[in-house]
Structures are given as C-alpha cells and as structure tokens.
Design a protein around this ligand. Sequence first.
Ligand code: ADP
Ligand code: MG
Length: 678
Amino acid sequence: FVKSSVIEGTQHEEGSDQEAADEKDMLKRELQDERKTLPIYKFRDELLKAVEEYQVIVIVGETGSGKTTQIPQYLHEAGYTAKGKVACTQPRRVAAMSVAARVSQEMGVKLGHEVGYSIRFEDCTSEKTLIKYMTDGMLLREFLGEPDLASYSVVMVDEAHERTLSTDILFGLVKDISRFRPDLKLLISSATLDAEKFSDYFDSAPIFKIPGRRYPVEVHYTKAPEADYIDAAIVTVLQIHVTQPPGDILVFLTGQEEIETIDEILKHRTRGLGTKIAELIICPIYANLPTELQAKIFEPTPEGARKVVLATNIAETSLTIDGIKYVVDPGFCKIKSYNPRTGMESLLINPISKASANQRAGRSGRTGPGKCFRLYTSYNYMHDLEDNTVPEIQRTNLANVVLTLKSLGIHDLVNFDFMDPPPSEALLKALEQLFALSALNSRGELTKTGRRMAEFPLDPMLSKMIVASEKYKCSDEVISVASMLSVGNSIFYRPKDKQVHADNARLNFHTGNVGDHIALLNVYNSWKETDYSTQWCYENYIQVRSMKRARDIRDQLEGLLERVEIEISSNTSDLDAIKKAITSGFFHHSARLQKNGSYRTVKNPQTVFIHPSSGLAQVLPRWVIYHELVLTTKEYMRQVTELKPEWLVEIAPHYYQLKDVDDSGTKKLPKGQGRAAL
Ligand code: ADP
Ligand code: MG
C-alpha cells in the first residue's frame, strides 16, 4: 500500500503503532471502495426501505452479489444494531468464520469485537458484538437460553436454499416468534430463484431480487461416463492449465481425503512440466483446514501464475472466490442419508442435483465469460440428476432436533410448522430413540436426564454417555473420550513415507486391546501428562492441532457438566465403568461377530466390518459397540470397543431382552438374512 501522510483519527498513535494503524486505515478505505462495486450496492437504500416497511423479506441474489457480507453492514449503518444484534446464519462453519473475518476487515474492527462469529465449541464474540455470524445450529441453540431472541433486532437466515436441518427448524421458530415480536426483522436470503416457496411459507412475504451480473458460461460434457472422476479431474485441470488463457480454476470435490489426494498428485505432476509452463498454485479448502490456510484461497493470484482451488461444496454458494474462470465439476457430493427403518445413518458420495450443477457452473462466470467442464455426459445431466437436493430434514436422524424442540417446550411435533415435514417414520424413530436413552418418558415428556442431555451441543448418544458417567463415577474420563470423538478422524497422522512408524506409535495406545475409545483416552491423558507438549505429538504421529481442539472442547464440556450439576470424578483404573458409560449412550450401536469375521448389528440386522484403522481390527472381539458407520468399499464401524453382552440388558432393558444377547450361537437368523445371503 502507498502510505499517506495524514490519517484522520489516529493522531494519538505514534511510531510503528502509527504505521500499522495507517496501513489498516488504507486497507479499510480500499475495502470501502470495493464494497461500492458489488451488485447489491445499488439497491442499498431500496433494501433498507423494504426492511423498514416489512417484517419479513425474502432476498434473492446471485452468489457473490454481496448479500452475506453487505446486508448486515447496511443494517448496522442504518441503526438497527442500536436496538439489538444482527444475526446472520450460515449452514457451514468455515463460511461463518471466513465471512466474519472479511466483514471485520471491511469495518476496520478487530474480529470478535463489533463483528464476531459463533460456531460449535468456538465463540468469537464479546459484549461489544453487534454483527454476529453464526452457524444455523448455533442460533437454534440460542433459543434454549433466550426463547424470544430478545437480544437480536434482525435475524438473517442466509443460504436458505441449502435447506439444512437446522435452517428448516429455524424457519419454524423464527416465524413463530415474529408473531409476538413485531420489532424483530427477518431476512431470508437465498442464492436460487425458487424464492416463491420461502415467500409462501412466510405468509406471502415480499421477494427482493438483486439482479446479479452474470457472464455466459460455456458448458462442456464428457463424451462417455468417466470411470474414475478423481483421475479425470486431474487430467482436466492440467489440460486447462496448459491450453487455456489465464484465469483460475475451481474444482468441486466431495471431501478432505479427495482434496488431499488430488493436491498431492497435482503437485507431483506439475513438477515435471518444466519452466515453460506457468506456475500452478494449489489451494485446498474444506471444513477442517486450519484457519490460516483457509485465507489463502482469497489471496490474489500473482501475475503469470494460475490458481486452482480444490473445494468441497462450500464453494458452491457459501464462499465466493474472485478470479475463477474455469470450473471442473465431477458431479458428486457427500450427503448424509438415513434409513428410518433401521435407524442407520451413513455419509455417502452421491450425484449432485441439476440445481447444484448449475450453481457450480455459474461460479466461472462472475467476472467474465467462463467455462465449466462437467465430468459426466449431457445425457447424465438430463436424465440422471434430480432437479433439487432433498432437504436434509427428510433424510436424517431427527433425535437431536426432537430433543432440542422438546426442551423448548414444543411437544406437538407432528403439528410443528415445517416447510417440508419429515417422514413420520423418522419422527417416530427419533422419539423411540430418545425414549430408549431415557431422555423422554413414556408420555414423550422430557425427563431430568433429557434436560441435562439437551445442555450439551452434541448428538444425543454422546450427551447420554456423558450424563451416564455420573452413575459410573468416571465423568473426567468420559468427557475426554467425548472431546476426542468430537474432533473427528484427524487425531492420528500417517505420512505416506512413515506409515509403519506411525502405525506402531498408534498401537502403543491400544496395549491390552482396550478398544478405540479407551485408546483415545490414553492419547489424551498421555498428552496431558507431558503438559500438552507439541514435541510429544510429533514423536507419536499425533496432530497437535486436533489435540488442542480436543482440549478446548473438553474445557467447554467440563463447564457444561458443572451447569448440569454432575461432579467431575475420575475412575481411570476401572475400564469397565468407562465402557459401561459409553454403552449407556451407544447401546443402539451394538454388533456381534459372525463366523466369517464380519459383524452383524444386533437390532435391525445388517452386515458390517471393523474399520481397518481400529485397534481391534485384528482382534475381532465377540461383541462390540461402535461410534459410527462409514460406507467406503464396505460398511465399516469406526471407533470400536469390546463389550459384555449382559451390559446391554442391564443398561438398556427397554431396548434389549435376554434373547437378543443369547450367546449360544444357535440363534436362527430371520429368513433371507442368513449367511448364504451375505
Ligand atoms: P453473497 O453472499 O451474495 O454470495 P458475499 O457477500 O459473500 O456475496 O461476497 C461479496 C464479495 O466479497 C465477493 O466478491 C467476495 O469475493 C468477497 N469476499 C467474501 N468473503 C471474503 C473473504 N473472506 N476474503 C476476501 N473476499 C471475500
Ligand atoms: Mg452468501
């Protein structure tokens, strides 16, 4: 930046402080100019007038028009924040963080002060916060403490078209409170044009359209279906890089693993291209990517180089990256699916919808004409893709939401004002599950256990495990296990060239075949004993960042234990006590060994396997409980612990009878589900 000599309002600062302040001021001014170039800017006053006039407005505008970053600022400038905070919800935590960071820069304030964000286990707000970006799930939880959202003057439900479970529930709740809070403004904003549905739901709320600038996008299809879309994506990126004029590339992938694979292969292949070919800068973006690396995708591409962004669905509408001219779309995304009959939930790689495909293509035509390379045929597009993605509420386990609604005093779930109601079978299953967990009594009312469980921002099975730890006097250990499980599968690190070392280090925590849950506890406790040493993490092939996150989560769970008046008690020597507490939450997830080394889930029989990364993968105990199922080449149980079958009857007598855990081995399997059918 060019330094100017007189900067208003900063005379009291001196020396390098002064310089830093000057620079910040310059950045702020530059960003202020940039704000005025966004499509939404021309409609600022009109929009504010509409907000004044109507209580609920549906806002529709192309991705990148400035809805998320600008509208909350306009509201702030117009004085709404003097009456209460402005909330803006996002379905994804990365988006909430990234947008909050951007807006705090634009306003020239420190992140967490006037502009902040709140995501699960991370609250970056303060007393001062006026504009609060948050995940939709966090706003849902705020209803528990503040049922009328009294501290807010505006709620903007952003990315409404994503129709996440939390967003759908929020619709019902905010619609309800808007009736007795006429001062509360509601903005429902969406990137797609099916706004009529939102408008109808909110009693014919007016629709405010922000015309976006959009350049033509040339769509290319493959001639035949691709056998391996990962390989096809890599080849396409390299072809674009070598043959096409300047402009950045955006590739849509399904998750972290895919992104890391492609990142590695691209690095390897471009090394061999020689100096005649321009530099290819590879920028990954996914939910678990460390924050400082996330910012990299927004850095302008240096002259002569080309950037390729490897992104999950997050880049479809939540984040806008300037400079993208080419989109590579393999046509898949990861999607949660749930079978209410069996109660099984799984993450699956699925074809995207036509609506998604069009959003993805549109990302290439923001700043000029673009090109989209679809790695599927035009026949696939026309005939195989659904028009729209099914809303999450119709394909997920509802236990968590039912528990939240019950603790908000909403008992009549069947008549809750859903935009699209969930299948009644799924609602019933959720009630059944909560009953089995003793969160609800037989009349469907919240029990003391249920009230305690609702305090934890976790899945009911995890919160039950924590609440049950009181009985087994091991809450200290159980919250460590819960925190480690909540971090996800990023604790152990396995570099390609040191796999044997890494695997040996990992097995050390499994001594005595204690199972994966206790192994996680061992990792946490050993790290704690070294006084949270980073060096120790390196030596043991453990990701220090994940451990720090686990520690943060643990601190919060400890605070919540206090809130529900459960004492911290430690019982490390009694592993059975810890396992019983785990079983109290996860008894639905039990499985029994079959003769061929596979497992069969006890209720709703299904064939599953122990994940190869489990410490018990070679041990094959007769009875196990698992944390989750993942479907890759087979249906795998991840995080597995051995259990004694009689515990099931002892701990969950409503759910298991003795005949379920009869271990004589002669039990007849239901017809068609015997081994011959496997
Ligand atoms: P919309 O919500 O309508 O899709 P946004 O408000 O998210 O639009 O984006 C408006 C502009 O702000 C875009 O040009 C985008 O590139 C820019 N922007 C948003 N977030 C960031 C960020 N974290 N860093 C840099 N630029 C950003
Ligand atoms: Mg947005």
